[in-house]
Design a protein around this ligand. Structure first.
Ligand code: CP
Length: 320
């Protein structure tokens, strides 16, 4: 159903809503396309005309630093016209429904919506409602998915590790509330890593964790042993509706990544984090700023990966 919604009849990307249902070939095509955009930031002229004449609307109903700005930069570098909706000042605050907002923007001949929303399924809903020529990109919906974040993370892993086969990856922290973790797990398994471990207290793991293609572990020493990649997640307090932890300091003691705990991973392991980071809660500053950290490279790669996804979706030409 989702695959059907995201892809054209020829199997090309039309919308990008979730990693679910996308195969290794398509994910690799996204990574390869992003590779071709990566060097552009060093050029004097940082633009290509691939989306000249197209209009892209960034609709962020939730706060964002990295995702919104890298989408804007990516669209600008593809020569598209970009509108950043200021949701706080929009008619949404006067009671206009999401669908009416979309209908009004559609009337302005928009070609693509980039959507972040606190409700899981918001981007799917919009993709089902818009005119056939419009593409929808999910920039994070509730606890459900953050597929462009997962793809920039896969790009960063491939940059450092060259291939996915044989890799052991640990995702640490608040898996329960994390849309990033859900998308990363789908992408890592589709791309063929050897093992995905999720390390967290039982209260921060989903009930159905064993069906997600991961190994759940509740101890950092055990979970980090010999891994190639460590992905840290922040505590998503905005999505917690009860007490999941005794305290942040206790969480840091047990699950925070310190230089000592990182010693358990392979010597060339990379440390990742989608951001925003909370220093001293899930990660020590010395690790976040240390030689194994690729956190800011993830942000840089976000531009190229989002350029790839937007250009592929706009060039597919067909209807889902
Ligand atoms: N990683 C991420 O989604 O960050 P922002 O919330 O700043 O976009």
């Amino acid at each position: 159903m989702t695959r059907h919604l995201q892809l054209t009849e020829q199997g090309k990307l039309k919308h990008f809503l979730t990693i679910e249902g996308l195969d290794r070939e398509l994910l690799t095509e996204i990574l390869d396309t992003a590779e071709s955009f990566v060097g552009m930031s060093e050029h004097q002229v940082k633009k290509v005309p691939l989306l000249r004449g197209k209009t892209i609307v960034n609709l962020f109903f939730e706060n964002s630093t990295r995702t919104r700005t890298t989408f804007e930069l990516a669209a600008t570098r593809l020569s598209a016209d970009v509108l950043n909706m200021d949701i706080a000042r929009s008619a949404t605050s006067k009671g206009e429904s999401l669908l009416d907002t979309i209908r009004n923007l559609e009337a302005m001949q928009v070609d693509m919506f980039v959507v972040r929303h606190a409700l899981s399924g918001a981007a799917h809903f919009i993709a089902q409602q818009v005119a056939p020529h419009i593409s929808v990109i999910n920039a994070g919906d509730g606890q459900h998915a953050h597929p462009t974040q997962a793809m920039l993370d896969m790009f960063t892993i491939r940059q450092h590790k060259k291939q996915f086969e044989g890799l052991k990856v640990a995702i640490v922290g608040d898996i329960l509330h994390s849309r990033v973790a859900r998308s990363q797990i789908l992408a890592l398994n589709a791309l063929g890593v050897a093992e995905v471990r999720v390390i967290a207290p039982k209260t921060l793991l989903p009930a159905q964790v064993k069906t997600m293609g991961v190994t759940p572990i509740h101890d950092m020493d055990e979970g980090l042993a010999d891994v190639d990649v460590v992905i840290m997640l922040r505590l998503q307090k905005e999505r917690m509706n009860s007490a999941f932890l005794p305290s942040e300091s206790e969480f840091f003691r047990c699950f925070g990544l310190t230089e000592a705990k990182l010693q358990r991973a392979k010597p060339d392991a990379i440390v990742m984090h989608p951001g925003p980071i909370n220093r001293g809660v899930e990660i020590a500053s010395s690790v976040a700023d240390g030689s194994q950290s690729v956190i800011l490279q993830q942000v840089s790669n976000g531009v190229a990966v989002r350029m790839a996804i937007m250009s592929m979706a706009m060039q597919s030409g067909g209807t889902a």
